[in-house]
Design a protein around this ligand. Sequence first.
Ligand SMILES: [Zn+2]
Length: 281
Amino acid sequence: MPELPEVETVRRQLAPRLVGATVVEAGSHPSHKFTPATETIGHRIVTDGRRGKFLLFGLDDGRELVIHLGMTGRLRLRSTTGGPCDRAPDGRDERDPDLAYLRAWWALDSGETLQFIDVRRFGRIRVVPASDYSSIPTLAAAGPEPFDPTFDGHQFWARLATSRRKLKTQLLSQRPVAGIGNIYADEALWLAQINPKVTRISPQRAERLLDAIRTVLRGGIDHGGTTLRDYRDVEGRAGDNQGRLAAYGRAGLPCLRCDTPLRSAVIDARTTSWCPACQRR
Ligand SMILES: [Zn+2]
């Protein structure tokens, strides 16, 4: 599932091509997970943003287009005008097998069409009044952005202390800090040398964990995201952070710090890998 670094990579690529453009035509599959894309027709995209794993595009009428990529969602831009043969407004091209999974599209006055391709259909699209996320509970309850300079280790510790659940579970809930999923949770806990099953940590360890979260997320962004199977950027390219993972998916392999084989277990339904020697309980 795309996490903060993957979503941020997509945001950075889309922003210069979406902001300032007006939606001239649009369509989407009927789904309770989607606000119909047609609601954006006639509106200009005026801002871009991201909160956790959600993309936020402000419209000129004070509403916001909110996109969550889910498990397998992908956004891409296709030219719809010019060239030897003009394409259909939704950017369809029979030679493109991914179009079987086209769930929504927005044709822009720039001559490009934004396409949302989603094989497993966990992605969500909403158009809401700007900053009113009451219809998107995960987003409404999301904790601070990890790179918010006013967010510090003590605040992070205080947020963690409100729950007795295992640390790994808390990170995945988005509540202590936004944007982390299974991959970067395992990576950050390994880097901070903290066991994923603990339920309480000291303020000092919370500070170290926040530093580790920032380090692994920044590394993910710098390497264009992590591609295990489905994730692709706007240009269709895989990220290359998967070659840098120290914990996620490495169960049985030697710890890169101490050579002890990493262990794995399912913690609250998510497979988790950690080093039994340098991430002791
Ligand atoms: Zn180790």
